[in-house]
Design a protein around this ligand. Structure first.
Ligand code: PMV
Length: 354
């Protein structure tokens, strides 16, 4: 089995205490992952841009365990404050990955974490949060097995991150990342994300202005959304469409075809939300201001030919994507037209990173 290679051989080094740190960025999907199989495996492949300024930074300290009354010994701090209500999520994650990281049972973990974006921004922290945690754990495992290769290190980090939150596996390495097996990318895998090479340089300059339309908690979680794809009347057609989009996007990314990029990315965003609107029970995550802003984006693009497009994740907020060469025009457009649709006028300016 492919996953057996992530079960480590006996460790070669002893570790008493250690401290590791990692900063993992968020990512924004261009082709969306929506629907999963047993074992946190995707129903269709997805491709994302890695971001830069929206990140989670995590520090883990380990020491020999002192308390054996529970499965794991963990203290968790969010922004320097103990947060026991986050512990069950970490314990579930540790339980899922303990066969791949045997040291989890033997140490006391103090986990401190911080997001660069406000908790109540409507930006999901699960991708960057789980990626930062997985990378810290791999940095610890490398102390026990310093001989592990770079490739193994990053593939296993992405493999572990996926078991925390699917999209987190795309926040480990690379600026454009595919997760999910697809013939268009030879080494693509359902088990971890891999960077896509051969991407036109214009995409390295892409900006992502996140329009915070609604900073509140989503009425339906992503986990529920993935579940509602089981037995969904349009699920099969959606998975076929996503696979076609992967093949098309691969070419678009190579050629730098911005017009084709725009229509594919917007189609993906609206298809994702169409799945929500047609599930049973049906629901809506877009807000009236999401639609108002989308209409303005379409009008602006038509009248100026500026290649700006939007995408959405599972929420009301808009990610406005555009090449840096248009940043002056687009920033003006945001100020004059779009900012008024944002809650408290808030916009986060991010960009593609690695
Ligand atoms: O990784 P999850 O379970 O939070 O799901 C992410 C789902 C989307 O953000 C809507 C799409 C994606 O591919 O990131």
């Amino acid at each position: 089995m492919l996953v057996d290679r992530f079960i480590p051989k006996p460790y070669t080094q002893k570790v008493d205490v250690a401290q590791v740190r990692h900063r993992a960025p968020s990512n924004i999907a261009l082709v969306k992952y929506w629907g999963k199989k047993e074992g946190q495996l995707p129903m269709n492949p997805s491709i994302s841009f890695t971001l830069t300024h929206s990140y989670t930074e995590t520090v883990i300290e380990i020491a020999p365990r002192t308390d054996f009354t529970t499965s794991f010994q963990i203290d968790f701090y969010f922004d320097e404050t103990p947060k026991d209500n986050f512990l069950p999520k970490i314990e579930t994650f540790f339980t899922r990955i303990r066969n791949y990281l045997p040291f989890l049972r033997d140490y006391y973990f103090i986990v401190r974490t911080h997001n660069s974006f406000p908790h109540s921004s409507g930006i999901a922290s699960s991708a960057s949060g789980m990626a930062a945690l997985a990378m810290c754990l791999m940095k610890i495992e490398r102390l026990f097995s310093p001989e592990m290769s770079e490739l193994y290190f990053y593939e296993k980090a992405s493999f572990l991150a996926r078991l925390g939150s699917g999209s987190a596996c795309r926040s480990i390495t690379g600026s454009v990342v595919i997760w999910g097996e697809h013939p268009a990318v030879a080494d693509s895998s359902d088990f971890y994300g891999v960077p896509i090479g051969d991407v036109h340089e214009v995409f390295d300059t892409y900006q992502d202005a996140i329009l915070l339309i609604d900073k509140g908690q989503k009425p339906v979680s992503s986990s529920m959304g993935h579940r509602l794809m089981q037995g969904h009347p349009y699920a099969e057609a959606r998975f076929v469409q996503a696979r076609q989009h992967i093949a098309q996007l691969k070419d678009i990314l190579r050629e730098g075809d911005l017009l084709a990029f725009t229509s594919l990315v917007e189609s993906e965003a609206l298809s994702l939300h169409a799945m929500m609107m047609t599930s049973d029970p049906y629901y809506l995550l877009m807000r009236p201001n999401t639609l108002a802003a989308i209409e303005q984006i379409w009008y602006y693009r038509m009248s100026t030919q500026v290649p700006v497009c939007f995408t959405l994740d599972a929420g009301a907020n808009i990610h406005l994507l555009y090449p840096h060469s248009y940043h002056k025009e687009v920033e003006n457009f945001i100020e004059q037209t779009l900012r008024k649709y944002c809650q408290d006028g808030e916009v986060i300016h991010d960009q593609v990173g690695s």
